[in-house]
Design a protein around this ligand. Structure first.
Ligand code: FES
Ligand SMILES: [Fe+2]
Length: 466
């Protein structure tokens, strides 16, 4: 079969059949009455988990990697689309391709490392070999195998995924072939990716030192938390206290604060807002009173001189979070971090975090970026472990009580949210579905956009129309 026919055939097998209730009954969505509730089974039901892997993760675009992670010919990187192992390969002609990371012979995982460089990859089981374009270049002892001419004539190459496209170096893949063009899928949120991509003429790069950890709670906790401003002044009070103490000590001892960490208290008390976009993508933006402490600050005149427009440059200095449905998050607050979500079960999730930076950044800016990054983020930072403790406490708390059905935490901002763009969005020229802004609103209506997309996709699980 040719590549197109194989793509059409590609089917992802879910273990679960059907749902215990209609998808719409997992939500109370009554905008007129100001009500929006989510059923707790979304965070704890394993049957629902299998279905969301099939209909949410394995049915459309997910983020795979950044091109800077596979810069040279024969570079590869292994990852997942939902439950399916995938390998992204750069072939000898410099083209990026992605395949199921399984040997077609018996299905052994082919590339076992996270990343590497390999012009010919040998399967660890029976030594079939594949080049970096996914082509089978050797079938061990073929001449001794008494194969039928039909078998010998069949295609033994790696199985390509349905679609692979990049935007500004960010690579997305989809198992089926019939998904929208990536640019349409990203829609107007592309403006926000541009606020990163245009920080350097050479684009962005992922810095060495990716960090991965798991937590015992549902993947949607991570989606929510990254957009959740309401928790900053409670959960990260520890961070604020440690930073203030350190600043005092360092100023007293050396006369300088070397990290210049973000001031979370002021971040939650200035103008901020959220946007909801088509396809479930969401954006948070804030106003940073300490923008001169950001790594990029020293480069701002160069940006203008290079022809980046003033509006885009202004947005580069706003704290912002862009949450791409379903598995990618850009977080530019304490420093710039890329987060990739991989659900493992209803109550186990793997996070992989990267420090993202403009290529060719001046040395002092890079130093500042790294210190701020390691200060706040990751399992070793001062803030991330406190977030993770909250997700796990939700698993131990509310989700453990089966009789409790509804989560009611999506109500802040209900009387503030407007349909369509607000003034700031109009200034950019983007068309969000909803906008919500103000001082200290700490909006929760933004989560609704994510859950509505989840609901629309899951309608397919019960045979309904999207
Ligand atoms: S499973 Fe790969 S060569 Fe047999
Ligand atoms: Fe947090």
């Amino acid at each position: 079969k040719n590549k197109e026919e194989r793509m059409m055939d590609m089917k992802v097998y879910g273990e679960a059949q059907g749902l215990p209730r209609e998808v719409d009954n997992y939500f109370v969505d009554e905008p007129e009455a100001g009500r929006f509730n989510v059923h707790r089974d979304l965070f704890r039901d394993e049957q629902l988990f299998e279905l969301e892997m099939e209909h949410v993760f394995e049915a459309s675009w997910v983020f795979l990697c950044h091109e800077s992670q596979v810069p040279d010919a024969d570079d590869y990187l292994t990852t997942f689309i939902g439950r399916q192992p995938v390998v992204v390969l750069r072939d000898q002609a410099g083209e990026l391709n992605a395949f199921l990371n399984v040997c077609p012979h018996r299905g052994t995982r082919l590339y076992t490392a996270r990343a590497g460089n390999s012009s010919v990859q040998m399967c660890p089981y029976h030594a079939w070999c594949f080049d970096s374009a996914g082509k089978n270049v050797k079938l061990k002892d073929e001449e001794l195998g008494h194969y039928t001419p039909e078998y010998a004539g069949e295609n033994h190459d790696l199985i390509p995924i349905g679609r692979l496209q990049s935007y500004q170096g960010f690579v997305f893949g989809a198992l089926p072939g019939d998904v929208p063009e990536l640019e349409d899928y990203l829609g107007d949120t592309r403006f926000f990716i541009d606020t990163f991509a245009q920080q350097s003429e050479q684009g962005m790069e992922i810095l060495p030192g990716e960090v991965s950890y798991t937590y015992d709670a549902n993947w949607k906790m991570q989606v929510e938390n990254t957009m959740d401003i309401y928790h900053l002044t409670t959960v990260h009070a520890t961070f604020a206290k440690i930073v203030a103490g350190r600043q005092e000590r360092e100023l007293a001892a050396a006369g300088a604060d070397k990290v210049k960490a973000v001031d979370l208290n002021s971040l939650s008390s200035v103008a901020s807002g959220t946007y909801t976009f088509d396809h479930g993508h969401t954006v948070f933006w804030g106003t940073d009173p300490g923008q001169e402490n950001r790594a990029l600050w020293a480069s701002r005149d160069d940006l203008i001189a290079r022809g980046v427009d003033q509006l885009t440059v202004d947005w580069m200095f706003r704290p912002r979070v862009i949450n791409y449905f379903p598995n990618l998050q850009f977080v530019d607050s304490a420093s710039l971090q890329l987060r990739v979500i991989r659900p493992l079960s209803a109550q186990k999730t793997e996070m992989t975090m990267f420090c993202l930076a403009p290529k060719g950044e001046p040395k002092e800016g890079r130093r500042r970026r790294l210190r701020q990054y390691e200060d706040f983020y990751n399992a070793t930072g001062i803030a991330t472990p406190d977030d993770v403790a909250c997700y796990e406490d939700i698993s131990r708390g509310g989700l453990a009580v089966k009789s409790e059905e509804w989560i009611q935490g999506f109500a802040r901002g209900m009387e503030k949210v407007v349909a369509g763009p607000d003034e700031l969005a109009s200034e950019i020229g983007i068309q969000p579905l909803h906008s919500c802004s103000g001082v200290r609103v700490q909006d929760e209506t933004v989560f609704r956009g994510f859950y509505r997309e989840w609901r629309d996709r899951m309608r397919a699980a019960t045979g309904g129309e999207k």
